[in-house]
Design a protein around this ligand. Structure first.
Ligand code: SF4
Length: 278
């Protein structure tokens, strides 16, 4: 491994884990990246969160509160493409947005944060998206393979410090992918959690330093599944086996009757989000 290259590319974590700043090992984050190198600030031309931009985003977010997801996506494409991108974990909401983008702006670059721990069923959806829509979802991979990562850390990090594992294998990739973009689409719904309930339709994402667009913020799970069914949109077969939310294999379990739809994620830890949306 080229340590200096790794350090150049790594970013300072956003306080996701206390252990991230203690006892720094060769794989932990040691360099500090400034905002200027992040997200839309690194774009050409850069997009800066000026008062004027923030006012525009607030105004548009309020206006789009009553718009359909397709109208929100159309606005975002018109305003930000070709510097508009989407990250997907191939969940039902993400598949819904991919379906909509295939009709609105099929050239929108879409990527998946391929931690190396994803289910085979999840990765097969990438092929199905290509077959159905002709869209090639790019896999963004961490610098170290799972084997290398676990070897240098003395075992699986997800078992002891899932925040650091998520940072190393997901968030750092999104920081990398966000650099040079102006905006990204997220598939969150407000009714998924207390954190997500506060999400605007459009807003400035301080963590990744770019505009975040959430076209499904006002949709319900029922609306998502209704579109999936009526349009025959491909979806992860694990959803039919008790997994309403599918993340990485080691950190996802089936939920029990009556449990919250995200209860199967990081079960046994206080963690409820990977850090992309909070
Ligand atoms: S979900 Fe689990 S395995 Fe995946 S990156 Fe986070 S901690 Fe690691």
């Amino acid at each position: 491994m080229n340590a200096s290259r790794l350090n150049m590319k790594k970013l300072k974590p956003d306080g996701d884990s206390p252990s991230q700043t203690q006892g720094i090992s060769p794989l932990q984050v040691v360099s500090i990246d400034t905002d200027r190198n992040r997200g839309a600030l690194a774009a050409s031309p850069p997009l800066e969160p000026t008062e004027a931009l923030l006012a525009e985003l607030k105004r548009e977010s309020e206006r789009l509160e009553s718009a359909s997801p397709q109208e929100i996506l159309s606005w975002a494409v018109e305003r930000f493409a070709p510097k508009f991108t989407m990250a997907t974990a191939f969940g039902p909401e993400g598949m819904t947005i991919i379906h909509m983008l295939s009709e609105i702006a099929p050239k929108t670059p879409i990527f998946n944060l391929d931690t190396g721990y994803q289910f085979d069923e999840t990765l097969r959806l990438r092929e199905q998206v290509n077959e159905r829509y002709g869209i090639e979802v790019e896999l963004k991979k961490p610098e170290l393979s799972v084997e290398e990562y676990e070897r240098v850390n003395g075992g699986p990090v997800y078992a002891t410090d899932p925040n650091r594992c998520c940072f190393d294998r997901k968030l750092s990739l999104l920081h990398e992918a966000a650099r040079g973009q102006h905006a990204w689409a997220s598939a969150i719904r407000r009714d998924q959690s207390e954190d997500r309930a506060k999400a605007p339709i459009v807003g400035w994402d301080r963590k990744f330093q770019l505009v975040k667009v959430s076209p499904l913020a006002n949709w319900t799970k029922r609306e998502v599944w209704s579109l999936i069914t009526s349009k025959n949109i491909p979806y992860n077969p694990l959803h039919d086996q008790g997994f309403p939310s599918v993340g990485c294999r080691p950190c996802t379990r089936a939920v029990l009757p009556g449990e919250d739809e995200r209860a199967g994620r990081w079960s046994g830890f206080k963690k409820t989000e990977c850090g992309l949306h909070n």
